[in-house]
Design a protein around this ligand. Structure first.
Ligand code: SAM
Length: 284
């Protein structure tokens, strides 16, 4: 490491903090200085960039460096996820709430239901939902179910589309799912079945982008787990309003078990199922 690489100065950290917050709403507080520094050092060493200063110049002009922009977004986001993450919540979601939503759709003459995994990382969450629906044969014959997975990280979305997963990501997956939906590619990788790959639509979407969020409409269910925790309270409230707007009346929101936002009781009615909170959209 050369002298210029000896560390992020406070000014550099604050500059990065502002850029990340402005772009993605993510809050890097001072306790995360080393995390950010290490992530950037890895990128600098991968690219052959000479110094933090040179890297920061690029970062301040990201529209001129589209490839570096995607790498930067990926670098500062945390993609921790796995299949069957919070399995009791998924069970309530698929076996408790979905049949109800499907029944309502049929009764009201709708032929399409939309489920959105917002902040889906490398795809485990929406694939998990699609697999569970298939395994439990819960989709009525004449109903089209669209499962949509979005994330701000284009690299995560590309990985999701490939459908390749390592055994760590599958560590909580029950045997009958492994057997039915995954094939071993090599010692480390498994590929998910085509039926599952083809049942999820993936795209890049930034949850703080008001215009793009305005296009997400009439969702029956939004799953946004372990994403709001990265935002400060203002951004969390703003994103919550966007998600509320994206749901159809009476639509459901699933968030992470430790997550909340300030207008939650005004915007949603809490329905607890098997101890799992389910939030139903109120018209406000
Ligand atoms: C920890 S992962 C959660 C993945 C999955 N929902 C789960 O619970 O397993 C958080 C994801 O949120 C995404 N994310 C962070 N900020 C975002 C934003 N502004 N817009 C969209 N996605 C964002 C990250 O890229 C990351 O993939």
């Amino acid at each position: 490491m050369n002298a210029q690489m000896s560390g992020l100065t406070n000014d550099m950290f604050r500059l990065l903090q502002d850029i990340i917050h402005e772009m993605m709403g993510i809050l890097y507080d001072e306790s995360k200085t080393y995390l950010l520094e290490n992530r950037i050092l890895r990128r600098i060493s991968d690219t052959g960039i000479e110094s933090f200063d040179e890297y920061l110049e690029i970062i301040q002009n990201l529209d001129a460096y589209p490839q570096e922009k995607e790498a930067f977004i990926d670098l500062v986001t945390t993609h921790e996820t796995s299949f069957f993450r919070n399995a009791p919540q998924l069970d309530v979601f698929v076996n408790g709430m979905l049949p109800q939503i499907f029944g309502e759709a049929e009764r009201t003459g709708r032929d399409e239901v939309k489920i959105w995994s917002a902040g889906c990382s490398t795809g485990e969450e929406p694939y998990n939902i699609a697999m569970m629906m298939e395994m439990n044969s819960i989709v009525p014959e004449n109903l089209k179910v669209r499962v949509i997975g979005t994330d701000v990280s284009m690299l995560s979305i590309s990985n999701a589309k490939n459908g390749l997963f390592d055994s760590y990501s599958l560590r909580n997956t029950p045997g009958e799912y492994l057997h039915r939906f995954f094939s071993k590619v090599d010692e480390k990788k498994f590929i998910i079945a085509n039926s599952v790959i083809n049942s999820v639509e993936f795209r890049q979407l930034n949850l703080v982008d008001a215009e793009a969020m305005g296009e997400m409409r009439d969702m029956d269910i939004i799953v946004c787990r372990n994403v709001l925790i990265y935002f400060d309270s203002d951004v969390r409230d703003k994103v919550a309003k966007f998600l509320h707007r994206s749901l159809r009346d009476g639509g459901l929101l699933f968030i992470g078990h430790s997550e909340s936002f300030s207008d939650l009781p005004e915007m949603f009615t809490l329905e607890t199922r098997k101890g799992i909170p389910v939030y139903r959209k109120k018209s406000v």
